[in-house]
Design a protein. Structure first.
Length: 256
């Protein structure tokens, strides 16, 4: 059985050419790819700002990295079609049985393609705003049977919209070393709130910080730990400095 993942983001952090092993630190993937590859073939397809299309292989794992167009305007216009065309070639070559999407693009054409070539499609909703009317209609129309969602809240919304598929809330899996590397520092609080992701708008860091500032002055037994780095770090630091005190907030940056 050959299982395909389509994924977007900084794959350099997740697949090292030096070690040539998949670094499964991405909470978008519900399965441990290395464990899955012990019994199945795994094909991972991603895109990134690289000079040329790239291919890496290690035992049962194949990683294809498709070059993103440097011109962001053109990439926005043509990127979906271009990525889908490359993906179709790769899936045809590798004879995919199951396709697990992440940040799916060109949703309609993807469903049509999977139906025509009898590939079992598993949708992986990465964002809370992907349950659009159009997507819900397509899911019902084509009878999508399996959907992975960020949490129970989106599962409930899909059920309320009449989706009858098997819906699985995604549970982030962090390696044991992730927790071992967090510095032991007591915040002397009854409740601790953890944010662990890239500091980008897409990952919800602004909403997290807005909630933090609202809660911080009202509830004094809540501590906050932020793990990650990214383009919104300056915003995070600005929000923290605006607090009356920052004794209950710690920013740890990236933890390998």
């Amino acid at each position: 059985m050959n299982i395909c993942f389509t994924k977007f983001g900084n794959v350099v952090e997740e697949f090292s050419k030096l070690e040539n092993v998949w670094k499964d630190n991405s909470i978008e993937l519900i399965w441990d790819v290395n464990e899955l590859a012990k019994t199945h073939k795994v094909t991972a397809i991603s895109e990134d700002y690289i000079s040329n299309n790239a291919f890496y292989e290690n035992n049962n794992i194949k990683l294809y990295v498709i070059k993103k167009l440097n011109n962001k305007f053109i990439d926005k216009l043509l990127g979906n079609i271009r990525f889908l065309s490359h993906t179709i070639k790769i899936t045809n070559k590798n004879k995919i049985d199951y396709w697990i999407t992440t940040d799916f693009k060109s949703f309609f054409f993807l469903i049509m393609y999977c139906k025509i070539f009898k590939i079992n499609l598993i949708l992986n909703f990465c964002n809370d705003d992907q349950d659009t009317i159009f997507n819900v209609i397509l899911i019902k129309l084509f009878g999508i049977k399996d959907i992975i969602v960020p949490g129970p809240h989106l599962k409930n919304r899909l059920i309320q919209k009449g989706i009858k598929a098997d819906i699985f809330p995604r549970i982030p899996r962090y390696p044991k070393a992730f927790f071992e590397n967090i510095p032991v520092q007591s915040l002397d609080c009854k409740l601790h709130v953890l944010y662990a992701a890239r500091l980008t708008r897409r990952k919800g860091i602004r909403e997290f910080m807005n909630a933090l500032t609202d809660i911080y002055t009202q509830i004094h037994d809540v501590g906050f730990t932020i793990i990650g780095d990214g383009e919104e770090m300056a915003f995070v630091q600005q929000q923290i400095h605006a607090l009356p005190d920052s004794n209950r907030v710690r920013v740890l940056g990236n933890i390998p």
